[in-house]
Design a protein around this ligand. Structure first.
Ligand code: NOJ
Ligand code: CA
Length: 711
């Protein structure tokens, strides 16, 4: 495509294509302004769009540019992630490095020349590009007012979006045309963030789009380091998104010092939705692993003293004292409230359950003093992360867990007080080492401290990475909730084994989420890295746990089982209460069996907002697991087992929605069938409304001779 939009230009000067030639990027400078565009199989994906950076108190990097030099190269390597959806990942792209020179008007040449590089990497499934600021005389320290990266759409596409917000992604998705974002914004913005939305046409990334011609386009970013998180603000008249960075307390959007780079801006594209889910573009654009010894980083399947707090049955706090600073409470003299979840007896019950059913870890929240004030009236002193409540015997419980081959998982709720957390971090990690913890679930609920900083700003992003690198020094894996949404940093720091940063299962206990939510998350939130979604709810009616909580989990049991496969994560929780699993032991068997690390993944069918089916092969084993989820509509899915090895026979156990299954009326209706499958098998499976299916597959043995074919 030629960059015809721009006055004086009909032919793009510079072009690079993907290794297979299907994706192309074009670049030119028109009247001093840099533009790029993207196409796929000859069809326009991103119309000519501006590039540049606006600065504060300095001449902006947006115009008066000329092309100084262009270098093209190729790259093809295969690397092994420490954990992942596949054993190896191919990083194969063609690169175009565009060196620009800017002459600031009204200045002498020597004082005015500035250099900016825009680096494009073109993959078979999309494009990544970033700004690079080389070391130079006339640009050293600079402050960003706004990034000027545009993504001009080619039509009024369907968008799967959540509203722009500097603090949270914990929203339900809206499916609408781009032109409807403005009108639907207020209803989408449920205001569960502490900060107000910045614009009525702002959306968050990763943003999934679909064109009327059936192209799937995804816009996100990769390697968000020392920079603010990017939102996208839509200019509705021109159907053009422009980047909108998260500001700091002063309204500034980034402090940089050359030499440095921006994160990568990414555009994935395919005419098959499965390709978007299978893409490794975001991981590939991140730096290789920086941790030399990764032997201590292991996928984790866990249970936790958690759902009972989230549903309101038990409490994090030990007392019902009003909100007071922790150093003002003498816990040894305070009356317990008798609802404290993290008590010795209850924690031992979860340890026993974990040991009996083969789970690696038990998360315990509310173990440490300070929860009386966790909402943060006196946030600068909210938690010390080392002092247990009187009824949580940290030594005894860790010994008990270890004696049964289980570990406790540490919980660090920071209440958004990054300052308090950083002050206590060393002691907190030392305590963990002393008792043998190797993983943390951390959290950043509420307004950030320092006051005025946002969860997604440069300052906080630097804090999250600091917490990850400090944890690595102590061989600790991190799963941060409410932190910025991931951008593939888990490649570089694989001890980042999970994040929340989206609306997780907890919202099923806060009023519910739409069934279609789980058919969108893998297209959006999961593009940047795994989510601690915490599936596995078997009892959907939350009043059964807490009569005062009228919430309902909008899902069938089989849909919950499928999530262990469809929502890729090396960290998987079985979130429901032990007594609920005991009621449905046959279905629970799937959660016990399912792997958390994979050699291969094959996306078999997908449509955002409607359904996802994926098959994965367990790391180092010949076992396979298949998961399928649907939205509010029931549907039949024809599953072909052609991903299996030819000539081998396998035994498959299918967990399917029962005849009358329905997420609203009969969520616990399911049918378990076992039979033989080969790579020629094709099986039609019915998914109920809000339902799904899960299949576990293992090689057949002599003992399975009498089994019939799976139907
Ligand atoms: C919000 C987290 O998402 C949730 O999992 C946690 O239990 C609470 N914060 C308390 O830390
Ligand atoms: Ca949360």
């Amino acid at each position: 495509m030629a960059l015809v939009c721009c006055a004086g230009m009909t032919q793009a000067k510079e072009k690079q294509t993907s290794p297979d030639g299907k994706v192309a990027v074009e670049f030119d400078v028109v009247n001093g302004i840099p533009y790029y565009s993207v196409s796929y199989k000859g069809k326009d994906v991103i119309n000519p769009s501006r590039l540049g950076i606006e600065l504060i108190n300095d001449y902006s990097l947006i115009d008066n540019f000329k092309i100084k030099d262009v270098n093209k190269s190729k790259f093809d390597e295969t690397w092994e992630p420490v954990w992942g959806e596949s054993k190896t990942i191919r990083n194969n792209y063609k690169e175009m490095e565009v060196q620009l020179v800017q002459q600031q008007p009204g200045k002498k040449k020597k004082e005015s020349l500035r250099y900016l590089t825009i680096r494009f990497r073109v993959y078979d499934d999309g494009v990544g590009f970033r700004y690079e600021f080389p070391e130079q005389d006339n640009l050293t320290y600079f402050t960003i007012k706004e990034e000027f990266t545009e993504f001009a759409m080619t039509g009024d596409h369907t968008a799967y979006w959540i509203p722009g917000d500097y603090d949270t992604q914990e929203y339900d998705y809206v499916i609408s045309r781009l032109s409807q974002i403005d009108e639907l914004f207020d209803s989408a913005y449920t205001g569960n963030s502490s900060q107000t939305a910045f614009s009525k046409t702002g959306v968050q990334t990763s943003l999934q789009l679909k064109t009327d011609e059936g192209l799937y386009i995804n816009i996100h970013e990769a390697a968000l380091i020392d920079y603010s998180c990017m939102h996208l603000n839509l200019d509705e008249a021109n159907l053009t998104f422009r980047s909108w960075l998260t500001p700091d307390a002063r309204g500034h959007k980034g402090y940089l010092q050359a030499p440095c780079t921006s994160p990568w801006r990414t555009v994935m594209v395919s005419d098959d939705a499965c390709d978007i889910l299978a893409s490794n573009l975001i991981l590939n654009l991140n730096e290789p692993c920086k941790i030399t010894d990764t032997s201590w980083i292991k996928p984790v399947k866990y249970v936790g003293v958690w759902w009972e707090m989230i549903t309101g049955k038990s409490s994090w706090a030990y007392t019902d004292l009003p909100s007071v600073q922790i150093d003002k409470i003498d816990y040894t003299k305070s009356k317990p409230n008798n609802r404290h979840g993290a008590n010795n007896k209850n924690v031992m019950r979860y340890i026993d359950f974990a040991a009996e059913h083969g789970f690696d870890q038990v998360l315990v929240e509310g173990w440490n003093i300070g929860w009386e004030d966790w909402a943060g009236k006196t946030k600068d002193y909210v938690f010390d992360f080392v002092t247990p409540y009187p009824d949580f015997d940290i030594e005894m419980l860790n010994n008990y867990a270890h004696s049964k081959g289980v570990r406790l998982m540490m919980h660090h709720e920071t209440s958004g007080s990054t300052r308090n957390y950083e002050r206590h971090m060393d002691a907190a990690f030392e305590l963990m080492e002393k008792y043998g913890y190797n993983s943390i679930k951390s959290g950043y609920v509420g307004d950030m401290l320092p006051r005025g900083e946002y969860h997604y700003g440069q300052w906080c992003n630097n804090h999250y990475l600091y917490a990850i690198t400090e944890a690595a020094k102590h061989k600790v894996m991190v799963n941060a909730h409410e932190a910025v949404r991931p951008t593939g940093l888990c490649r570089t720091y694989p001890n980042l084994i999970g994040n929340e940063s989206a609306r997780g299962t907890e919202y099923q206990a806060f009023g519910g989420s739409h069934p279609h939510h789980v058919t969108i998350l893998p297209f959006t939130r999961l593009q940047g890295g795994p989510m601690d979604y915490t599936p596995g709810i078997f009892v959907m009616d939350i009043t059964k746990i807490n009569p005062e909580n009228k919430s309902y989990c909008n899902s069938t049991i089989c849909n919950q089982l499928a999530l262990y496969v469809t929502m890729y994560s090396p960290l998987q929780m079985a979130a429901d209460l032990p007594e609920h699993y005991e009621k449905y032991m046959d279905a629970f068997q799937f959660i016990k069996d399912v792997a958390v690390d994979w050699d291969e993944s094959h996306y078999l069918a997908a449509e955002p907002g409607e359904y996802i089916v994926v098959a994965r092969k367990e790391k180092g084993e010949d076992n396979w697991f298949v998961g399928g989820v649907t939205n509010e509509e029931e549907r039949d899915m024809e599953v072909s087992f052609d991903f299996l090895d030819k000539n081998d026979k396998y035994v498959a156990t299918l967990y399917a929605d029962g005849k009358n299954a329905d997420y609203a009326k009969k969520p616990d209706s399911y049918k378990i069938t076992t039979g033989i499958v080969t790579n020629k098998s094709e099986v039609k499976i019915k998914m109920a409304r809000g339902g799904g299916f899960a299949i576990s597959i293992r090689p057949a043995t002599e003992a399975d001779k009498k089994l019939k074919k799976l139907k």
